[in-house]
Write a protein that binds this ligand. Structure first.
Ligand code: ZN
Length: 282
């Protein structure tokens, strides 16, 4: 089954634009079916561009809530650059609350760089890698534990980043302020993941794992403040309410570790400690 896609908003125009990435797909019910992936662009002149992604996996609600909340919070006038938000990046999976898309059984985090005329999920990956990556300075990809795992809120950074960009992404991760942050070594993630796509494009990436199981409102509140601090620190949010910026980042240090085996040393505001990460993130 081949699909093509069309974006119904112009990412180069100032102002707020809410629309869809329309991905054609033939279904049992219609030869002219379409997956509609919501996308919003808020742009105010030249400046850094940040892409925020939620709903890469449909049963992980925290990223979807946080992306929507950003759209409810950020005003055009408060920006110096562009914020692009995909609150339900794998929209078919989000609609049914499942990890993979029921349209093609696609796991968006394993199909990069995607295909222009691939399955629906491959088309979304292709759009993100070819259209969004070319303009982004930073991609923030927010995951959660889904139905079966509850994660200690954590931020992950590509271990492939070096030099000034490494210093910069550490600074930004500290601004996000999740209790735990660590580098992911290259051998521990796939080139077909969003992290791999960011490496190819030379784009900074911060991936977050926040909660899972039952959505925790206080955790979401802290994560929202962290996202606002992050947007402020990267320079895209020039004007933000002080109440959203004043919480001090809790991540005080970062060091390279190998994640995803049973015991990993990570940094937190309580110093280095060991945590159990229950499964590899795909
Ligand atoms: Zn996920």
């Amino acid at each position: 089954m081949n699909s093509t896609f069309r974006l119904n908003i112009d990412l180069d125009v100032d102002g707020r634009h809410d629309g869809y990435l329309n991905v054609k797909r033939t279904t049992e019910l219609s030869p002219f079916g379409c997956s509609m992936i919501p996308i919003s662009s808020i742009r105010n002149g030249d400046g850094p561009c940040v892409v925020v992604i939620g709903g890469c996996h449909g049963d992980e609600y925290e990223g979807q809530f946080l992306a929507r909340r950003l759209l409810d919070t950020v005003e055009v006038e408060s920006l110096c650059g562009q914020l692009i938000v995909l609150p339900a990046a794998n929209a078919e999976a989000v609609r049914v609350g499942q990890r993979f898309s029921p349209a093609d059984n696609g796991n968006l985090n394993t199909v990069f760089p995607g295909k222009e005329k691939g399955t629906a999920t491959e088309c979304v990956a292709h759009f993100i890698e070819t259209v969004l990556m070319s303009r982004a300075e930073l991609v923030v990809d927010i995951h959660g534990g889904g139905r079966h795992v509850n994660y200690f809120s954590s931020a992950m950074i590509s271990g492939a980043v070096s030099g000034d960009r490494r210093s910069r992404v550490i600074e930004l991760t500290k601004a996000l302020g999740l209790p735990v942050a660590f580098f992911v070594d290259e051998e521990d993630y796939s080139s077909s993941s969003l992290l791999g796509a960011c490496d190819r494009a030379g784009v900074m990436n911060i991936s977050a794992e926040i909660g899972g199981g039952t959505v925790d409102v206080p955790t979401l509140d802290e994560a929202h403040k962290g996202l606002m601090r992050l947007l402020h620190r990267v320079g895209v949010l020039c004007d933000a309410p002080q109440r959203l910026l004043q919480t001090l980042p809790s991540c005080v240090d970062c060091r390279s570790v190998q994640p995803f085996s049973r015991q990993r040393a990570v940094c937190s505001n309580r110093g280095f400690e060991s945590v159990t990460v229950s499964r590899k993130i795909n």
